[in-house]
Design a protein around this ligand. Structure first.
Ligand code: F0G
Length: 476
């Protein structure tokens, strides 16, 4: 295994999150689960020995160093906060050039005062989703341990990011992706195919694919790129650093994020735990994690069954009983937000830790709420895929419940780009009723309240001019 010579790697190690186990591994090992008890691993730092900037604003010095790829990257310009890798091992493709934008039109829809709703648009990443933040860190680790074959199960965005990183870099990485057949939006499948991934479609859904890829990775010694890989989450912490950066280092009141495999929420929690520990923030935002109704495991466990972090020992029996119930009833995840169509979130425990630290809460929103919110996000100028809009639908719900106040500063994470899933968008806005029924009606979406219908006109100049006169009032 590579690069034990670096001083940087000495600052970090891996540790099992189960406090009754606490097994540790060096960062030069690739494990993906605790070899002792099978629980999740964390990357842990010896902060007393890390040279961390005294104030978050000290990171602004990196802005004038943009010719250095590490300072250009929206992940690695915060490298002192994820110091597990020697700088010369970093694998970066310029990820993390993303945007926090005040979105007043969307804010109005959610019920917020002007200037209070912000969208963190991770669709601007090279592969079009937040996954690139995690991939740059995990690929760096893969390079450190000398891995060549890298694999994931995916609802589409992880596999797209994996494929891009393999094809855009020259370290000999080969992408192997597992997807549930028919379970992946076309934009994402197109990416995997175009970027040359070995694409294995199995009969089943994401949970089935996840189960298989773990077996295969274990059996063949392939490096696993799903978010059970703790290095992925180190990269995804930086989404929160960029949010703080865009807010002049003042924490907002709320972070609202869709929940699928629960990697993001887990990473955000870890980011805030560490920033608080380091004295770099004095106030922690509240975290809202939003499930889709058709994939509501977290909501069910937390809200209906009272499962909590419980100092690292969440009630495993309750969780198992819930999964047994899913199996007995043959309940499979099902939502138009295919990215979060997941019933067995691998990062459940870490997410519970994040909820505990960030005074968090969980909600579920219907496919109707998701598609309506997505249309409002689009009308507000930023395109996102259905799963991303769950954050906005969730914020609206929490506003209606009076939990979020209109004057709160709320950041909704838009996890991926609109073009990832054109099928859902066209079904919502289009005039083809049969298509609407097939794609959305069958999932309980009854109306496309914010549809922007295309208008069919004869190929006739007068007709076209008449139509434009009828429909082209400028926006208010
Ligand atoms: N939003 C999008 C667009 C996603 O692709 C995902 C996850 C999530 C939200 C949920 O994030 O897992 O961190 O809770 N997509 C994974 C994939 C599962 O395979 O692309 P999470």
């Amino acid at each position: 295994m590579a690069s034990s010579c670096s001083t940087k790697t000495d600052l970090a190690y891996q540790r099992c999150i189960n406090p009754t186990c606490g097994h540790t591994l060096s960062v030069d090992q690739a494990a993906f689960a605790c070899p002792e008890c099978g629980d999740l691993l964390d990357v842990v730092y010896d902060w007393d020995r890390v040279e961390v900037p005294r104030r978050l604003s000290d990171f602004e010095a990196k802005w004038s160093d943009r010719l250095n790829p590490l300072s250009f990257s929206g992940v690695w310009r915060f490298r002192e906060l994820l110091p597990f890798a020697p700088p010369d091992q970093v694998v970066t493709i310029g990820e993390g050039q993303t945007l926090l934008q005040v979105a007043d039109k969307v804010g109005q829809y959610v019920g917020m005062d002007a200037g209070r709703l912000m969208l963190q648009y991770e669709g601007m990443n090279p592969s079009g989703s937040f996954k690139d933040n995690g991939m740059t860190a995990a690929f760096t680790h893969a390079r450190m341990v000398g891995a060549k074959r890298v694999a994931c199960a995916s609802t589409g965005n992880t596999s797209a990011a994996l494929s891009v990183f393999c094809s855009a870099t020259s370290f000999g990485f080969k992408a192997i992706i597992f997807i549930g057949s028919g379970k992946i939006a076309y934009g994402k499948l197109a990416q995997a195919l175009d970027h040359g991934a070995l694409t294995i479609q199995i009969v089943g859904d994401f949970d089935d694919a996840m189960h298989r890829v773990r077996q295969v990775a274990d059996r063949l010694g392939i490096y696993l790129m799903n978010s059970v890989n703790p290095f992925r989450l180190e990269g995804q912490k930086t989404i929160m650093y960029r949010v703080l950066e865009a807010l002049a280092w003042q924490p907002p009141d709320w972070i609202v994020v869709p929940g699928g495999n629960l990697g993001n929420s887990s990473a955000f929690g870890k980011a805030f735990i560490e920033l608080k520990h380091l004295g770099l923030i004095d106030r922690v935002p509240r975290l809202a994690v939003i499930n889709a109704t058709g994939a509501q495991t977290l909501d069910q466990l937390v809200n209906a069954n009272g499962v909590t972090w419980n100092n690292g020992l969440p009630d495993a029996e309750v969780t198992q009983a819930y999964y047994d119930h899913l199996d007995a009833e043959h309940l499979k995840a099902s939502t138009i937000a295919s990215a979060i169509e997941i019933n067995r979130p691998v990062n459940l425990k870490k997410c519970l830790r994040a909820l505990d630290f960030c005074d968090g809460l969980v909600r579920q929103v219907s496919d109707q709420e998701i598609m309506d919110a997505k249309a409002r996000v689009g009308a507000g100028g930023i395109g996102c895929e259905p799963a991303s809009a769950a954050s906005v639908a969730g914020a609206k719900r929490l506003r209606e419940e009076g939990i979020i106040a209109p004057s709160d500063r709320v950041v909704c994470i838009l996890t991926a780009h609109q073009l990832k899933d054109p099928t859902a968008t066209v079904a919502y806005h289009g005039t083809d009723q049969e298509n609407f029924e097939k794609i959305l009606g069958s999932r309980g979406v009854r109306r496309a309240g914010f549809a922007n219908r295309p208008i069919s006109v004869a190929n006739d100049l007068d007709d076209i001019i008449r139509t434009i006169a009828l429909y082209s009032e400028p926006n208010a």
